[in-house]
Design a protein around this ligand. Structure first.
Ligand code: ADP
Length: 431
């Protein structure tokens, strides 16, 4: 409730206070001494409440003012009200600030506010994670001292923020961070940074993939082109050479067609499809067919191939499982020297059933093992050899068994042999 305090009220209060003294002074003929005494008393009274006010303002911790009579009650109340008003405003502002900070923390991006002179004003948690900032310890420090990277330094100095900048995180080098800077208020800037590691990785993969496919197709095409040029004038080409040319051209076109088939298989596997749990796969029957195929493939090398197959059926995708097992068996035949020993096994193990192919071939150097399932990755770069693989086989295996909640395990030692295996979890076994 507002209290009005007019000049007239103030004057009448003074008059009401003085009147009895003036009257007594006049009555006893001591007008001036008594008036002076009364005014002195009034000054002391004001002095007393002024001291009380000072004490309250500077020493008291309570918001409630001390009680005071007369005009002082207006002063105390007035101060109290304005303090309450500013306290409410401060609280509303703090609420607003908290909400803003909570929103900024919830952002999937790192956010930093800094002044035009580069001084750090605020940063969210993600910014502290990406750039190793310490908040609030680093407040006021220059951003170029905190994020030490020559490209970032040049970017800040140049002041042209139309394009974004991508740098590795100064404290986590495996992360690529894309930075954008926007003017924020009069002399402030907002820096927003996001993790683009995955995007960059995919971009590199795509570039690598296109380069690899072009390379893989170019090699057989060059061979074909060479033969075609040679056969331009068939009369001049001896029949034996013609026969060889046709054989080689056949081999090269088979290679290209295999490559395209494998690429199509891979791209089909990468698109998510319906539930694997719906289809029952007769693994023993499928392995019987694969055994017959292996026998045909094995004619040249004459390995001893043993199939140990337990009667375990599973839920899954027949064509994916066939691709995976076929690739592993073919690799064992291909990468084992003539007359080797290969064992293909399918059996129940703790937690599911395991498929494995073990050979006593040339083995794989340890440094290659982690990368074997990457597309086009080969241990020996035999791209130019007509019989060389495409480097897509194990990538297909990996994707095929991922659809069955499984992963490929590779154990290999040089000159001793390799073992490729995957375990189908018990949830996918048909009881
Ligand atoms: P590729 O088409 O070249 O066979 P894969 O993806 O199937 O491609 O295999 C990748 C590489 O792994 C091969 O180039 C080969 O060097 C190596 N590799 C695969 N299986 C075996 C194995 N059983 N023994 C030795 N090396 C193998």
């Amino acid at each position: 409730m507002d209290r009005n305090y007019s000049n007239w009220q103030s004057f009448s209060n003074l008059l009401l206070f003085l009147l009895p003294f003036l009257f007594v002074g006049w009555l006893f003929d001591l007008f001036w001494p008594i008036t002076t005494l009364a005014l002195l008393g009034l000054v002391c009274w004001h002095y007393y409440y002024q001291q009380k006010l000072i004490k309250w303002l500077w020493q008291s911790r309570t918001l409630m003012p001390p009680s005071a009579p007369g005009s002082w009650s207006y002063i105390y109340d007035g101060i109290y009200r304005s303090q309450r008003r500013s306290q409410k405003r401060r609280k509303a502002l703090a609420r607003l600030l908290r909400r803003f900070r909570e929103a900024a923390e919830a952002l999937p991006d790192a956010a930093i506010v800094f002044r035009a002179d580069g001084a750090l004003l605020w940063s969210n948690k993600l910014a502290q994670f990406y750039f190793g900032l310490r908040w609030p310890d680093d407040a006021g420090q220059r951003l170029s001292n905190l994020i030490r990277h020559p490209e970032f330094y040049a970017y800040l100095n140049e002041g042209n923020f139309e394009e974004e900048l991508t740098i590795p995180s100064p404290i986590r080098e495996s992360l690529d961070i894309e930075i954008r800077i926007m003017p924020y208020s009069e002399d402030q800037f907002l820096l927003v940074a996001r993790d683009v590691t995955q995007v960059k990785r995919l971009e590199n993969l795509r570039r690598e993939f296109v380069a690899n496919v072009s390379h893989e197709l170019k090699t057989p095409l060059t061979v074909l082109q060479g033969y075609l040029e040679m056969m331009d004038d068939p009369q001049q080409t001896p029949p034996a050479m013609l026969k060889k040319a046709v054989e080689n051209m056949n081999a090269q076109s088979t290679r290209m067609s295999n490559l395209v088939d494998q690429l199509l298989t891979l791209s089909r596997m990468e698109t998510p499809s319906d539930d694997v749990f719906d289809h029952e796969v007769d693994m023993p029957a499928m392995l019987e067919q694969l055994q017959a195929e292996a026998k045909r493939l094995n004619e040249a090398k004459q390995h001893t191939i043993e199939f140990q197959v337990a009667p375990v059926r599973i839920y899954g995708k027949e064509n994916l499982l066939r691709s995976a097992m076929q690739n592993l068996i073919t690799n064992a035949i291909y990468y084992t020297q003539e007359g080797g020993n290969i064992t293909v096994s399918w059996k129940r193990v703790a937690g599911g059933a395991e498929f494995s192919v073990t050979d006593n071939g040339k083995g794989i150097p340890a440094e290659h093992l982690p990368r074997l399932t990457e597309r086009f990755y080969r241990v020996e770069d035999d791209r130019n050899s007509a019989s060389g693989g495409t480097g897509l086989g194990l990538s297909i295996v990996k994707h095929a068994i991922e659809h069955h909640n499984s992963q490929l395990d590779i154990n290999s030692s040089l000159e001793k042999g390799s073992r490729f295996s995957f375990r189908i979890p018990s949830g996918l076994l048909v009881n």
